[in-house]
Design a protein around this ligand. Structure first.
Ligand SMILES: NC(=O)c1ccc[n+]([C@@H]2O[C@H](COP(=O)([O-])OP(=O)(O)OC[C@H]3O[C@@H](n4cnc5c(N)ncnc54)[C@H](O)[C@@H]3O)[C@@H](O)[C@H]2O)c1
Ligand SMILES: CC(C)=CCC/C(C)=C/C=C/C(C)=C/C=C/C(C)=C/C=C/C=C(C)/C=C/C=C(C)/C=C/C=C(\C)CCC=C(C)C
Length: 624
């Protein structure tokens, strides 16, 4: 164990249990630092069994630490270690939040040599894509359905993001993306059942068998999605706000770029109706969008559907061994190994701004430039760029204040609203309740007209079917969640809140028994979360899943990219294009890092043309 940047004489606790951070003051210190570089040799008896990975100052601050499997850390390993986050330096980037969007940005930036500080309010990295452990179960906080984890092409963004900081994760291929259990109708008296197989032809074959009169329409619709995907998968994916890169891609692959430009303003509903007429099948396409965008096809840009509907067959859905939370942990480790700093329990309360001094850069918000952040504990960190991974509502309302709301943000609020949050149940069950061959992901919906109503569409993920190490021997995980609004959970007494949680959980479990008979009798552990839980632990306004359009968007061009009208301030994550989804926010991180690195002069760019592209994108967005 190597710790640097800790003042001599400091008592520290060396531990592998992050939750001890909270109690550091009350626990007996395991070491007193006697020199700036403190080495605890891992070949001492007992140390191998429980490799420590955290070093905590007694006042609760986590300090730089290195976990190494070699007995003697080498000098070069020691030199690479980050110093404890310093308030005295100006970072190239201060990133607020270590969700997948923030981590992807940090990973790209440290890989290019930028000095990066990530400030995370919670105890662990990953935000909505984190994990938690209970009684031997490892539960993914959010979705267990991972796109972008393939080996080939350019759209395998999670794989590429890990690679940027020298990490690779083993994954388990999922033979299906999702098994849909859909409403009964005159054509389907038993209910419509469709599986999205990893093998594209198997899926299209199965769907066409259910709707034989729409065989050609099905083929033509998904072929359109493939045109989008194949174009995306043949260009390098970086900032769409960077003219030099756009020009370069255009000369390298004009057909792909023209195809993307052609479909840039199209929504999925419009494309589906071009080829498909059957109303029930169109509802199915709506649901195909709803399960990841939380809106129907008319509100979902075709570019996003192209990505989701094809990557599930090209790269496939792949589950990371050990759970989704390990993606963030590997990234965090890679970022610190590349000289970046991540500080946990760092609650950013304010983005600090000053009048733009050179008068040339600002495009809005009365010539303001962001130059730092202030934490709840009073610490101030300064950065040449400030990047917020919090939602736009949390960023602009809570960290800047409505007085400084730029024009573009006012427009954003007219065009986008908060998606609902989720009611979720993380359940441990006896393994024998799931027959062999059960699919990992399911959707249950009994009434098409209610698809978008709260607690109607049920999402089921059972990732231990792919990776048994997530559950104790003889058990499995059932993670059930359904969109729900925070309003339904406000103003209740603690007893009423608990009672309501139990009632809703019971009624959902009953409905899930249509897919998992005997579920209720097999439960050994149940953790129930409401939108209030999401708001509290994920620090997302109203616990929202992210922004959704209030009216049909202008395809991919309505959603803001990464720059904001405040100089030096960028947004990343699901409040920026392309929106919700782990691979989506990783793309937003690639774009954000690229644009910020260009602005820092660390990547080649054409500053003279920047303003032209920025103004064109703005006028398209304003006029759309
Ligand atoms: N919202 C949900 O309920 C939900 C559920 C499942 C999956 N997802 C997925 O999660 C992803 C979201 O990723 P993302 O990167 O945009 O965001 P995120 O919400 O996952 O991460 C944002 C991070 O910022 C931190 N943060 C917020 N305010 C802060 C502050 N003031 N100071 C310091 N840290 C602060 C949060 O603790 C969190 O770790 C998307 O892929 C989405 O689809 C979301
Ligand atoms: C207009 C300009 C500037 C240029 C024109 C030409 C050009 C070069 C355009 C380029 C466009 C590009 C590069 C676009 C890139 C788009 C990308 C990368 C889009 C990615 C989208 C990914 C999405 C939407 C992923 C979503 C995944 C989600 C939300 C998964 C989660 C799933 C669940 C929550 C559901 C779980 C389900 C069950 C059943 C349990």
């Amino acid at each position: 164990m190597v710790c640097i940047g800790i003042p001599t004489g400091t008592s520290v606790l060396i531990t592998d249990r992050p939750h001890l951070l909270q109690h550091a003051q009350t626990l007996k210190p395991s070491k007193t630092i006697t020199s700036q570089i403190h080495v605890r040799f891992l070949d001492q008896p007992g140390n191998r069994a429980r490799l420590p990975n955290l070093c905590v100052r007694r006042d609760g601050v986590r300090v730089a630490a290195l976990q190494t499997k070699t007995a003697w850390p080498t000098q070069s390993m020691v030199e690479k270690l980050p110093l404890e986050a310093s308030t005295d330096v100006e970072y190239d980037a201060v990133i607020i939040g270590s969700g997948m969007g923030g981590l992807a940005t940090a990973a790209q930036m440290v890989a290019k040599g930028a000095k990066v500080l990530v400030l995370e309010k919670y105890l662990l990295p990953g935000g909505s894509a984190s994990h938690f452990k209970r009684e031997g179960f490892t539960f993914d906080v959010g979705s267990s359905m991972m796109f972008g984890f393939g080996d080939e092409g350019t759209t395998n963004l999670i794989t590429k993001c890990l690679e940027a900081v020298g990490k690779k994760m083993a994954t388990i291929p999922d033979p299906t993306q999702v098994n849909y259990h859909l409403p009964k109708s005159s054509r389907f008296p038993e209910g419509l059942n469709v599986r999205v197989w990893r093998e594209y032809n198997d899926f299209v074959g199965e769907l066409s068998a259910r709707f034989p009169h729409e065989k050609d329409g099905i083929q033509a619709f998904y072929d359109t999605c493939w045109k989008v995907f194949n174009s995306l998968n043949s260009i390098e994916l970086k900032s769409l706000e960077e003219p030099r890169y756009l020009m370069q891609q255009f000369f390298r692959n004009p057909i792909a770029c023209l195809t993307l430009a052609y479909y840039a303003t199209t929504n999925t509903g419009e494309a589906a109706r071009r080829y498909i007429k059957d109303p029930e099948l169109l509802r199915f396409i709506d649901l195909e969008c709803y399960i990841w965008s939380t809106v129907a096809a008319d509100l979902t840009p075709l570019i996003n559907s192209g990505m989701v509907f094809c990557d599930r067959h090209f790269g496939g859905i792949n589950y990371p061994v050990g759970g989704v939370g390990l993606i963030a942990e590997h990234l965090a480790e890679g970022i610190t190994e590349h000289g970046g700093n991540i500080v946990y329990k760092a609650n950013v309360k304010e983005i600090l701004m000053r009048e733009e001094s050179n008068g040339q850069q600002s495009t809005g918000s009365a010539g303001q430039r962001a130059y730092g952040v202030k934490l709840a504990d009073g610490r101030v960190f300064r950065g040449k760029t400030i990047i917020s991974n919090a939602t736009r509502w949390d960023t602009f309302e809570n960290m800047i204040g409505d007085d400084h709301l730029p024009q573009g943000e006012k427009l954003f609020r007219k065009r986008y609203k908060k998606a609902p949050s989720f009611f979720s149940m993380h359940i441990g069950v006896k393994a024998d309740v799931l027959p062999p061959g059960t699919d990992c992901h399911h959707i249950i919906l009994e009434n098409w007209d209610k698809m978008e109503e709260p607690r109607e569409t049920i999402f089921l993920s059972m990732p231990s079917l792919l990776d048994p190490s997530l559950a104790p021997e003889g058990h499995h995980i059932v993670h059930a969640f359904t969109p729900d609004w925070i309003d339904a959970w406000q103003g209740l007494s603690p007893e009423d809140y608990e009672r309501k949680k139990e009632e809703v959980a019971e009624s959902l479990c009953k409905r899930i028994e249509a897919v998992i008979p005997g579920l209720r009798g097999a439960i050994t552990l149940k953790e129930v979360g409401t939108p209030r839980t999401h708001r509290r632990f994920l620090s997302r306004d109203d616990g929202t899943y992210g922004p959704i359009p209030s009216r049909p968007p202008f395809g991919m061009l309505s959603m803001p990219f990464n720059t904001t009208e405040i100089s030096g301030l960028y947004c990343v994550g699901d409040s920026t294009f392309p929106g919700q989804g782990v691979n989506a926010v990783v793309f937003s991180g690639f774009g954000c890092a690229h644009r910020a690195l260009c602005d820092l002069g660390m990547e080649p760019s054409w500053p003279a043309v920047d303003q032209v592209l920025k103004s064109s994108l703005k006028s398209i967005r304003d006029g759309s």
